[in-house]
Design a binder for this molecule. Structure first.
Ligand SMILES: Cc1cc2nc3c(=O)[nH]c(=O)nc-3n(C[C@H](O)[C@H](O)[C@H](O)COP(=O)(O)O)c2cc1C
Length: 184
């Protein structure tokens, strides 16, 4: 009985997704959600958004964790891109909490992320690249078809800033994801 109920919930979530796409008259939606404390990952998120927006027929939604927003904005998303800085060998607490909420909503049949396109991105100071790669695995475990992540190293000392090369990689990631989402 539980099995049939779960199938029904998944079907209902998919149905919602398709209906909303109809309402948007075929626009492809790329959602970028990120955490950032000192602005590096935020600059990356904005460059990804810039790259995705450059693809015609694509609308981009950019949200920072901590701002109020509904998970409903993911219902009709074709792509989900998540970004976080490395904090003590992990993505931030806020991002971990957010991932748990996505898992919970999907398990409860209130959200369907399976089959969407996605990617992870983020910045780190010294050894944190692996956290961002793990974020990609978390997305994969949610059933998302994940592209290669973009990682940017910004060593804290001496003062350094995000390099234009990293921001260009972000623009390319945005464009690649948007183009794939448009075709699927
Ligand atoms: C509390 C704290 C913990 C951090 N832990 C790590 C870490 O474990 N590994 C690492 O490579 N960088 C670490 N960093 C560096 C940040 O990941 C890096 O500065 C990043 O670019 C910050 O991104 P943001 O500007 O988007 O907040 C840490 C920074 C802070 C403030």
């Amino acid at each position: 009985m539980r099995f049939i109920y779960n199938i029904y919930k998944q079907f209902a979530a998919l149905e919602r997704q398709h209906l909303r796409k109809d309402v948007r008259r075929g626009m492809t939606k790329v959602v970028i959600m990120y955490d950032s404390k000192s602005g590096n990952t935020e600059a990356m998120a904005k460059s990804i958004a810039e790259g995705a927006k450059a693809v015609s027929g694509v609308e981009v939604v950019l949200r920072k964790l901590g701002e109020p927003f509904s998970l409903r904005i993911l219902d009709d998303a074709d792509a989900l891109i998540l970004g976080s800085p490395a904090h003590y060998g992990h993505v931030t607490l806020e991002m971990r909490d957010f991932l748990a909420r996505l898992r919970g909503a999907q398990e409860a049949g209130r959200l369907e992320l399976r089959g969407k396109i996605g990617a992870a991105f983020g910045s780190y100071g010294w050894d944190g690249g692996v956290c961002i790669e793990r974020l990609g695995i978390d997305l994969e475990n949610l059933g998302i078809k994940v592209q290669s992540p973009v990682l940017a190293q910004v060593p804290p000392l001496p003062y350094s800033a995000l390099k234009e090369k990293s921001l260009n990689e972000c623009r390319n990631l945005g464009e690649t994801i948007a183009t794939k989402a448009l075709k699927q």
